[in-house]
Design a protein around this ligand. Sequence first.
Ligand code: SF4
Length: 181
Amino acid sequence: MAKVSVCMNWLDACAGCEMSFLDIDERIVELLKHVDLLSTPITDLKHPPVGGCDVGILSGAVSDSHQEEVALEMRERCKILIALGDCAVTGGICTMRNFFPLQSVLNRAYVESESNAPGQKVPNAPEIAKLHQQVKAVDQIVKVDIYLPGCPPPADAIWYVLTELLAGRTPVLTDKVLTYD
Ligand code: SF4
């Protein structure tokens, strides 16, 4: 039987969701018998293959123009898209900046922060991604098929979702699966 191809990427994220994925521990060996992990932050391959993949996984919120491009590309190239973690599902902790005007957020980070040298400016080079006015959940940009909340989601829940998909079933995320320490 052909392996299931999986691509992952992170948007506005802290890597905690990917750490939780790695927390499935030795089960990853079993998983890799059935799954080809293509582009992932773990392998540092940035783009899903042009020919597409079976499952795409995005962690993190969509906060800037680059992250929006990453989300659009993943959606275009995967059959099933999983939003992994609270930031992807709701915007999560990243949405804290939505309470403030964008320019004041930039000024605070680049100009006013106590650790900045005097005279710093907000960088504005064309190659730097532009922050969106508001941080968004992934499904405000692209269609999401499976929502896996948690900050981060428990490793067992990630394992459950992946193994259900491998078995050809749609994962049902009950409170038994979504338990948090
Ligand atoms: S959901 Fe939590 S662990 Fe995952 S990227 Fe967001 S802050 Fe990090």
